[in-house]
Design a protein around this ligand. Structure first.
Ligand SMILES: Nc1ncnc2c1ncn2[C@@H]1O[C@H](COP(=O)(O)OP(=O)(O)OP(=O)(O)O)[C@@H](O)[C@H]1O
Ligand SMILES: [Mg+2]
Length: 368
């Protein structure tokens, strides 16, 4: 699938822009703080309904404006689709309306499937060093795009978790509420079990594909494995939640469940977070990200759009080359500060845009 056209109005520092993309590698270049990441962010919002940088929709609207519009035109296996996002400022967090082919969607989950995106930014190269929360997000972001029911289960799980936690705090003040917890426990376990089972399957798959990528990058010297470390096994969730109740009341929060899960990366059997060099950690993260693209292809029969934010300057020449080889046939939108960063490995097929102070100008005419 490819994004053929992106139009923006009043979105962050971009007053008005219209970009026609090619199916190959599209480059956005310009100095720091000009609006390059803002453009990638707008595409990501069309795919997932939310920003990868903020939970606050109002921040997406021009400081001085009241509303913002994003429009993408997509081509997927000969079919044309359009996504329109309209953001409006209000006293709270802003109001968001999304329409697919002119029809407003009712639930954000209904958006998934029209546009698949994989975003890759310098923070992703830190995936292994980052907090468990970031690693859960990495898994969830992809699973949510691929599985509408996972998106629903995860959302419900966190909703019930919040309700259980607020009840725990109430019990601290009034113990008579204690008997009402079991209702939440059952729901928490039902949604939680499905989240755990899906994560388990997905991590097995990503481990296999990322392992192949990692082996290629390292010339067969390193065997990468990605292992799920669930906080609690699916079948034990209900019992554990009930067992921990007294403790949970004291702390006012739920101690067992997939909200505490983690994944670990091992190379040749040892934990990369603990023993790996910086280069190994980055290579493992790169392999995991590239595996995401393959999984989307496998599961949906179409390539996602790859958004590469500033990562090229962070990779050495060999890894850059591997990345470009791996994304052959995948539409990419790439940001960089200097075109020379990527000149060595760039075939020249695609659009090049110069971004300055929120203005976007085609620098080289689209070739493909
Ligand atoms: N809501 C907003 N309204 C207007 N301008 C905004 C808004 N949010 C962010 N900006 C501006 O957007 C600019 C940052 O844009 P962006 O993050 O896309 O930069 P960039 O070109 O990717 O830079 P870098 O190369 O440093 O990553 C900043 O100047 C910031 O002040
Ligand atoms: Mg940026």
């Amino acid at each position: 699938m490819i994004v053929k056209k992106l139009s923006l109005a009043g979105f962050r520092n971009i007053k008005n822009a219209s970009l026609g993309f090619s199916g190959g590698i599209n480059i956005l270049y310009g100095k720091n703080a000009q609006g390059k990441t803002n453009i990638l962010e707008s595409i990501y919002i069309c795919a997932t309904g939310r920003s990868h940088r903020t939970r606050f929709d109002s921040r997406l609207i021009d400081f001085n404006g009241h509303e913002a519009h994003i429009k993408v035109e997509i081509e997927n296996m000969g079919r044309q689709n359009r996504i329109d996002v309209h953001l409006k400022k209000d006293e709270k967090n802003g109001v968001k309306g999304i329409a697919v082919n002119g029809i407003p969607i009712k639930k954000s989950g209904d958006l998934f499937g029209t546009l698949y995106c994989v975003i890759f930014s310098p923070e992703d190269l830190q995936l292994i060093k980052n907090s468990p929360g970031e690693r859960r997000r990495f898994i969830d972001m992809e699973l949510c795009q691929l599985k509408n029911v996972y998106y629903y289960d995860l959302g419900q799980y966190y909703k019930v978790l919040k309700q259980r936690n607020s009840l725990l705090k109430k019990i601290q003040k009034n113990y008579s509420f204690r008997d009402t917890v079991s209702v939440w426990d059952e729901q928490l376990a039902a949604y939680g079990m499905r989240v755990i089972e899906n994560r388990e399957k997905f991590i097995k798959k990503i481990s296999r594909i990322a392992g192949e990528k990692h082996s290629k990058i390292t010339g067969g010297a390193e065997k990468l494995e990605i292992c799920y470390r669930p906080n609690c096994h699916a079948e034990e969730l209900l019992t554990k939640t009930a067992q921990n109740l007294e403790r949970d009341i004291i702390f006012g929060s739920t101690s067992a469940g997939p909200h505490k899960d983690d994944i670990i990366f091992t190379v040749n059997g040892s934990d990369v977070k603990v023993y790996g060099s910086q280069g190994q950690q980055r290579t493992a993260a790169l392999s995991a990200k590239l595996a995401e693209i393959d999984i989307i292809k496998e599961e949906t029969g179409t390539s996602p759009v790859l958004l590469l934010d500033d990562v090229l300057s962070e990779l050495d020449s060999a890894r850059q080359r591997f990345l470009f080889e791996s994304i052959n046939g995948v539409q990419s939108v790439v940001t960089c500060t200097g075109i020379e960063d990527i000149a060595k490995n760039y075939s020249g097929k695609g659009g090049v845009f110069f971004v300055e102070n929120g203005n976007v100008t085609p620098a080289i005419k689209n070739k493909a």
